[in-house]
Design a protein around this ligand. Structure first.
Ligand code: COA
Length: 323
């Protein structure tokens, strides 16, 4: 017997404190105009000192449970996709599981900005084989504590936040979700975050995130196109069959260039990068949750999520909303 999964609920949490581009320009040599023109970002949210990746995840998880109208006790798998966990261990997912009263397995998954879609794929396969009924999948990140705030090429890009979905066994027949995952470790040096596991190069600038911006940009455009086309091809669908494309929010110019090439209508492409910047594994569920909150995602809608980032990694997932 094989089961089918569907998205049942979606939630989000963004820290209250907002940091504008003008505020960053007080500390490093940049401007609101430069940042907005090159990235589409105007603001990002920054966690308060007492907030953590886990506390952000718990808020988003509670919001997703309320949206799905189920309680934590009905969850039997919890995954937190994050590159900025509170601890090496315990996993943030275990702390979230305890906070919401969930059961079953709980673990963190690290695949950088692709992590959320990787986690969806894993949860879907466990639902398919019948070992999980309701999975709580969260992307949560706290980049503000790992960035080098003196490095204008990276500190302007990232923000803090969390998004979550409940993925559940569907009661009715319907289309199966479709996933594709990929990675290419030869591109690892393009985007790195040191955490002490290897000696830092002696000529490195201090701070967490280092990036080859232009090469990462080209990768982003190419992979967003390729992954979208592959998922559509595998399902025998065209862009018109997708109600919402939810791309990773890395740079508005990446999203615009790729979706223009794909022929997606702007109004079906979710983007909130102006408000949040790049929240890595949280960016896709955060964008989806805002669309759900506006009442625009309707039962039966097809949602195509595409993540890409460090690793290099990429992942596409085509799912349905409440079918
Ligand atoms: N403000 C002003 N000038 C800046 C700047 C900033 N914040 N950051 C870089 N610059 C300068 C550079 O020093 C360089 O100056 P130079 O020409 O005098 O050497 C110039 O702007 C161009 O730098 P470059 O890195 O080529 O700019 P870019 O147009 O590629 O834009 C990014 C930089 C980071 C915005 C862009 O490369 C990008 O978004 N890349 C993808 C990032 C991404 O998506 N990462 C996450 C993937 S999951």
């Amino acid at each position: 017997m094989s089961y089918r999964s569907t998205l049942l609920g979606c939630g989000k949490y963004a820290p209250k404190r907002v940091m504008t581009n003008d505020e960053i320009a007080l500390a490093v040599d940049t401007s609101d105009e430069w940042i907005f023109t090159r990235t589409g970002i105007r603001r990002r949210h920054i966690a308060a000192p007492e907030e953590t990746t886990t506390s952000l995840a718990i808020e988003a998880a509670r919001d997703a449970l309320a949206s799905a109208s189920i309680n934590g006790g009905e969850i039997d798998l919890t995954i937190v996709a994050t590159s900025t966990p509170d601890y090496g261990f315990p996993a943030s997912a275990c702390l979230v599981q305890d906070a919401v009263g969930a059961h079953g397995g709980a673990f963190d998954l690290e695949a950088a900005c692709s992590g959320f879609v990787y986690a969806l794929a894993l949860a879907d396969s466990m639902i398919r084989i019948g070992s999980v009924r309701n999975a709580l999948i969260i992307g949560s990140e706290l980049y503000s504590r790992v960035l080098n705030w003196q490095d204008r090429s990276t500190c302007i890009l990232f923000g803090d936040g969390a998004g979550a979905v409940v993925l559940s066994r569907a009661a009715q027949p319907g289309p199966l979700p479709r996933f594709t995952l990929g990675s290419d470790g030869s591109g690892g040096p393009l985007l790195t975050m040191y955490n002490g596991g290897v000696p830092e190069p002696s000529n490195a600038t201090p701070g967490g995130v280092r990036m080859n911006g232009p090469e990462t940009f080209k990768f982003g455009v190419r992979i967003l196109v390729d992954v979208t086309e592959q998922v559509l091809r595998d399902e025998g669908l065209s862009t018109c069959d997708v109600d919402w494309l939810v791309p990773h929010q890395a740079n508005q110019r990446i999203i615009t260039a790729a979706t223009k090439r794909l022929g997606f209508a702007d109004e079906r492409v979710l983007s909130n990068i102006e408000e949040y910047g790049n929240t890595s594994a949280a960016s896709i569920p955060l964008a989806l949750a805002e669309c759900v909150e506006r009442g625009e995602v309707l039962p039966g809608h097809r949602v195509l999520t595409v993540g890409f980032g460090a690793g290099l990694t990429w992942a596409g997932g085509l799912l349905t909303w409440r079918t």
